[in-house]
Design a protein around this ligand. Sequence first.
Ligand code: NAP
Ligand code: ZN
Ligand code: ZN
Length: 360
Amino acid sequence: MAKSHETEHPVKAFGLAATDSSGHLSPFQFSRRATGDEDVQFKVLYCGICHSDLHYLKNEWGISQYPLVPGHEIVGVVTEVGKKVEKVKVGDKVGVGCMVGSCRSCESCKDDLENYCPKIIPTYSAPFSDGTISYGGYSDIMVADEHFIVRIPENMPLDSAAPLLCAGITTYSPMRYFGLDKPGMHIGVVGLGGLGHVAVKFAKAFGAKVTVISTSPNKKEEALSNLGADSFLISKNDDEMQGAMGTMDGIVDTVSAYHPLMPLIGLLKAHGKLIMLGAPDKPLDLPIFPLLAGRKMISGSGIGGMKETQEMIDFAAKHNIKADIELISADYVNTALERLAKADVKYRFVIDVANTLKQA
Ligand code: NAP
Ligand code: ZN
Ligand code: ZN
């Protein structure tokens, strides 16, 4: 007889799961594997809500596997370690981001780019190496190979550190890789949501001048006064966009839905780089002529490797970078997802898992 989600592993776990593409989350009993020699088990304290959770819940990318426990911005405290674990000990504060496995031997893995491994295992809704499905952090307990565990620096508040595990590394990595981390550069950030607002903070820490390009006029004042952005353009305001044409060295685009690229390419200087981070479910239109006129570049980037994720979080701790969050209880999560779909959050929902996720 096939084992149920509750019995396929020995450790009882409880979380929130969707059973279909309505995406509605309900209480869910399941199980986690026993802590293997190289595994770290931890009690989940907080979990951020990434827009990717929403894409997955609604099966917008066509790859979702149900029942689906989302969550890949997970922090907690270590409860058990396998006998070969060296990185952390019981009681340490740790995190897991977007992946829990990779082949560990391909070119990408050897280059500390497990995020580009063809055999990457995402933290949830993916087949795990033992044939079961991975479950994410909207749950009370987590277990992962120590290679995919991040140490959370002592001075970091855990709730606002959680979003760095996806939003943080996803914006930090491309700015580093594409050389958009030089003091004095002018960096554009498109979409002021979870990814966008930490992109502003990292770009400022690198010494850049930062311009937000947004559809939400109500985010302007706070972006300038609290997030430290230097200027703010409304993407639908042609005059504002025209005034900034040809001024930017690089742009990170975090928009989750279809949007035109032409105006963004126009904002770049010659040799400017437009880095696509958002993952809309439909293809975007790519105009070629504006790329030729100025040898401009468009690329994409996906999260970051484990080594760089640790580097990012240590950098964030040093520069006092944390996410601006709205801390919510587990019973608010369906409402939070509805609000996230409308870009109605400043700037990341984080679930207070340990205090509010309770079995009935
Ligand atoms: P989010 O918090 O919802 O932020 C997205 C922002 O995009 C919104 O706040 C809004 O900003 C803007 N936006 C939304 N709909 C728009 C539209 N129709 N036209 C123009 N702008 C729009 O989402 P997130 O968690 O930051 O994630 C953003 C995207 O990145 C998602 O697609 C997610 O799946 C993807 N992602 C990719 C990676 C990766 O590795 N590349 C990692 C994580 C997430 P304004 O209100 O300022 O306009
Ligand atoms: Zn994410
Ligand atoms: Zn690999």
